[in-house]
Design a binder for this molecule. Sequence first.
Ligand code: KIV
Length: 284
Amino acid sequence: MHTLQQMKQDGQRITVLTAYDATFARLLDQTGIDILLVGDSLGMVVQGLPNTLPVTLEEVIYHCRAVARGSSHAHLVGDMPFLSYQASLDQAVFNCGRVLKEGGAEAVKLEGGVNVAERIAALTAVDIPVMGHVGLTPQSVHRMGGHKVQGKKRGHAPGERERLLEDAAAVEEAGAFALVLEGIPLDLAAEITERVSIPTIGIGAGAHCDGQVLVLHDLLGLFDKFAPKFSKRYVNLKDIVGGAVREYVAEVQSGAFPTDAHSFHSPKVVPPLAVQQRPVRSAG
Ligand code: KIV
């Protein structure tokens, strides 16, 4: 926490990626990434769901455990799924506590602003560090009418933009240690980043945030259902994986794989010593 705050003050950008399993967690951890987020995006990129709403607390805990096993350097944040913290303060404390206690996470992330400020305050009061998340909050997909950029409209009474400024301020005041800004115009993200003292982590929020987060599968080009405008595909693993698997299928079908080098051999059958040395008895 202290380091992240220091990074904001020093103008050092914070790097965040999602992770869902131990193998990738180990690879990412070795790069020196600052934060691994076990996002509820796992519903879409791991489970093939149309949105994040069905993801359960047990699933988040399961994936957190795997990521915790694979990482030792990065700060580990578990994303609280829909309906695991909204019902009551007690529910929020109990379930967020489980993500730390059973999942091995070091912090949790909650979606929402003014509406979850009380939750954030209750969690920080019992030493559960919280990362906020405002703007395009995927758990509110039905209220937003889709995964749409938020905060474009300025209003009198207060408009979307003003509401998001209030949300960011409420999250900071409640004690969150960092704030994800998702799907908002870059000038609004810059204004929030300037106004709050905690680090902002952007996704689809432009370059002025204190750090950036991407969904791992987007960065690696593994998720091809849609390509969000804000995401950057650094490699096309979908084609690389497809090519490797096609080659494997062809080699199995042609008999080119496995070769002798991929096979185990039984030891040569040598008769036991006693049998070899047994004297030949005479017939009489
Ligand atoms: O679930 C997730 O992966 C997230 C990030 C995109 C911030 O919430």
